[in-house]
Design a protein around this ligand. Structure first.
Ligand code: KIV
Length: 264
C-alpha cells in the first residue's frame, strides 16, 4: 500500500474532495481502518478517556502516546499517522522538541498540539527541526479546566475572530493540518476557506476538508455522555468493517455530519 501524505490531502482540498480520518489506539483497529481505506489515523490523547477510563485527557503521558503509536504503526504501516502531544508536553519549545522526538521515533509522521497564537513559535521551531505539526483549535480538551467544561467555542463575534486569527497564525507558522473541534459551522466554513492547509473537523459541520471521529463514537461504544456530533455507524450496518466504509462514504459525500450533528 502506498503511504498517505499531506501533499495528497492538500490535493484533495484543492479538488474539493472530502476525506475521513479516525482515532486509533491499537494494532488491530489500526489495521482494520487502513484495510477499509482510511489513510490518516490519530493516536489521540482521548485514549485517556476511551482506553484508560479517566474523566479527561489530562493524565495521559508522552510515554503512553508513544506506546499506542508503536502499536498503531504496526497495524497501519502506510498511514499518515498523527500523534497527540499530551497535556504539559509542549509548555515550552524545549519540551515540545524532546517529546515530539519520542512520538516521532515511535512511528508518528506528525504531532498534534492544542492552542493558538501562543504556539506559533513552537510550531515554527518544530517544523524547522523536521517535525510536521497539526494544530488543534476550538474545543481543545486539554483546556477543559479553563473552559469550565466541554463547550462549543467561537460562538460570539470576538471569540470567532480570535479563533480565525489563531488559525491564520498557525498556518503562517508552518502547521500542515488543522483540527477544528466543536465550533459553529459558519466559523468552520470561514476558516476552511481562508486556509490553504487541510482543515479536519469534529463537531464543526460538513464544511471542513476532512472529518475525524473518536473510533468509540463511530462504533457507539462511548460510555457516559455521547457528543452531539457523534454517529454510531455500527448500528446502521451491524458490522465493523461495513461501519467504517459507511463512515468514509458519508464523509466523502458530506452526508455526515448532518445538521443534527452540527452547531450554530
Ligand atoms: O484526542 C483526540 O482524539 C482528538 C480528536 C478528538 C481530534 O484530539
Amino acid at each position: 500500500m502506498k503511504p498517505t501524505t499531506v501533499t495528497q490531502l492538500r490535493q484533495l482540498k484543492q479538488q474539493h474532495k472530502k476525506f475521513a480520518t479516525i482515532t486509533a489506539y491499537d494494532y488491530s483497529f489500526a489495521k482494520l481502518f487502513a484495510d477499509e481505506g482510511i489513510g490518516v489515523l490519530l493516536v489521540g490523547d482521548s485514549l485517556g478517556m476511551t482506553v484508560q477510563g479517566h474523566d479527561s485527557t489530562l493524565p495521559v503521558t508522552v510515554e503512553e502516546i508513544a506506546y499506542h503509536t508503536r502499536a498503531v504503526r504496526r497495524g497501519a504501516p502506510a498511514s499518515l499517522l498523527l500523534a497527540d502531544l499530551p497535556f504539559m508536553a509542549y509548555a515550552t519549545p524545549q519540551q515540545a522538541f524532546e517529546n515530539a522526538a519520542i512520538v516521532m521515533r515511535a512511528g508518528a509522521n506528525m504531532v498534534k498540539i492544542e492552542g493558538g497564537r501562543w504556539l506559533a513559535e513552537t510550531v515554527r521551531m518544530l517544523t524547522e527541526r523536521a517535525v510536521p505539526v497539526c494544530g488543534h483549535l476550538g474545543l481543545t480538551p486539554q483546556s477543559v479546566n479553563i473552559f469550565g467544561g466541554y463547550k462549543v467555542q467561537g460562538r460570539d463575534e470576538d471569540a470567532a475572530q480570535a479563533l480565525f486569527d489563531d488559525a491564520l497564525a498557525l498556518e503562517a507558522a508552518g502547521a500542515q493540518l488543522l483540527v477544528l473541534e466543536c465550533v459553529p459551522v459558519a466559523l468552520a466554513q470561514r476558516i476552511t476557506d481562508a486556509l490553504t492547509i487541510p482543515v479536519i473537523g469534529i463537531g464543526a459541520g460538513n464544511v471542513t476538508d476532512g472529518q475525524i471521529l473518536v473510533m468509540h463514537d463511530a462504533f457507539g461504544i462511548t460510555g457516559g455522555h455521547i457528543p452531539k456530533f457523534a454517529k454510531n455507524f455500527l448500528a446502521a450496518t451491524g458490522d465493523m468493517r461495513a461501519a467504517v466504509r459507511q463512515y468514509i462514504a458519508e464523509v466523502e459525500s458530506a452526508a455526515y455530519p448532518a445538521e443534527e450533528h452540527s452547531f450554530h
